[in-house]
Design a protein around this ligand. Structure first.
Ligand code: ADE
Ligand code: ZN
Length: 345
């Protein structure tokens, strides 16, 4: 094969790919937050965008969640949610994302008196505009907040009932420690009975056993984060054998002190063990970057070759909930792009 005309990093940044782990509330950039606050007659507890930015020095997941939920308070109207969604899709499109599966936390909004339909109307308007302007496809995944009760999750599922055509899956997020997947076994049984796929945050700050619980008790088909799997070799072997994808979020893990530096991240070890990994941005407005910022940070730490990046790109498409025909087309696009730039996929 001829010498590649693109570096492995440039190839990774430009290849078509899916983002499978991004919280729409975590894409709230300071400029949008201040604009929404102004429109809604609210005052953020930060004097400027710079002051808000400076507050993003986190020590763990909870220290981040405290700020994340506080900032979400400026989201009040359908327009706020539409602007948020459209801004994310525009930004993701610039990073070569062709399909995004986007978490939203309705309980964060309904608890403040924002009606469920206001949230859905806004998110859907932004998605429609994303397809129209950039051809970027998206799916919505409703996450239950695990620091709340299972009864509250059931109430949220009841509120979601009229919108099930627009909700493509269900997940579990928020404070992991002390809130095991087993707490939500019954509500996820109901979700599965509705025919919706299940994903769950597990093994981010919580132990590897939470990954096993998410698979066995919730029926999760993907694990969000899952990086602590490596603490139990049996869990790693199972993930590899069953082809369970992990939606890994490298910048998030470093910013939330799961690993001290990117060089300490277990991504290469997971790949070496045969686990299907994908790379994602989680809460890009809080953790220093979007899809390609994560790719650049991983490249700087580990310098993957083009074949490794092509595999990560393929994993993202294959592990998505996109239609089979779309998946086949994007997989062929990755292959064709790799060959065209002299990278062996
Ligand atoms: N909600 C938003 N981001 C999250 C994360 N990284 N872990 C758990 N819950 C979240
Ligand atoms: Zn997350």
């Amino acid at each position: 094969m001829a010498t590649p005309v693109l570096s492995a990093l440039e190839f990774a940044c430009r290849m078509p790919k899916a983002e499978l782990h991004v919280h729409i509330e975590g894409t709230l950039e300071p400029d949008l937050a201040f604009a929404a606050a102004r429109r809604n007659g609210l005052v953020l507890p930060y004097a400027s965008e710079e002051a808000l930015h400076a507050a993003k020095a986190f020590t763990d997941l909870q220290s981040f969640l405290d700020l994340y939920y506080a900032c979400a308070d400026v989201l009040r109207t359908s327009r706020d949610f539409a602007d948020l969604m459209f801004a994310y899709l525009e930004r993701a499109h610039r990073d070569g994302v062709v399909h995004a599966e986007i978490f939203f936390d309705p309980q964060t909004h309904t608890a403040r008196g924002i009606p469920f339909d206001v949230v859905m109307e806004g998110l859907n308007a932004g998605r429609v505009e994303g397809v129209r302007r950039f051809g970027i496809g998206s799916r919505l995944i409703l996450c239950f907040l695990r620091h709340l009760s299972e009864d509250e999750a059931f109430a949220t599922l009841a509120q979601a009932q009229p919108f099930l055509d627009d909700i493509d899956g269900f997940g579990l997020d928020s404070s992991e420690r002390g809130h095991p997947p087993s707490k939500f076994a019954r509500v996820f049984a109901r979700v599965r009975a509705l025919g919706k796929p299940v994903v769950a945050h597990a093994g981010e700050e919580g132990p590897a056993s939470y990954i096993t619980e998410a698979l066995d008790l919730l029926g999760a088909v993907r694990i969000d984060h899952g990086v602590r799997a490596l603490e139990d070799p049996a869990v790693v072997r199972r993930l590899a054998a069953e082809g369970i994808a992990l939606t890994v979020c490298p910048l998030s893990n470093v910013r939330l002190c799961v690993f001290p530096t990117m060089k300490d991240h277990v991504l290469p070890a997971l790949m070496a063990a045969g686990v299907r990994v994908t790379i994602n941005s989680d809460d890009p407005a809080y953790f220093g970057g979007y899809m390609n910022d994560n790719i650049r940070a991983v490249d700087a730490a580990f310098g993957f070759d083009g074949a490794a990046w092509a595999a990560i790109g393929r994993n993202s498409i294959e592990a998505s909930f996109a239609a089979p025909a779309d998946k086949a087309r994007w997989l062929a696009d990755i292959e064709r792009f790799a060959v065209s730039v002299g990278i062996k996929p």
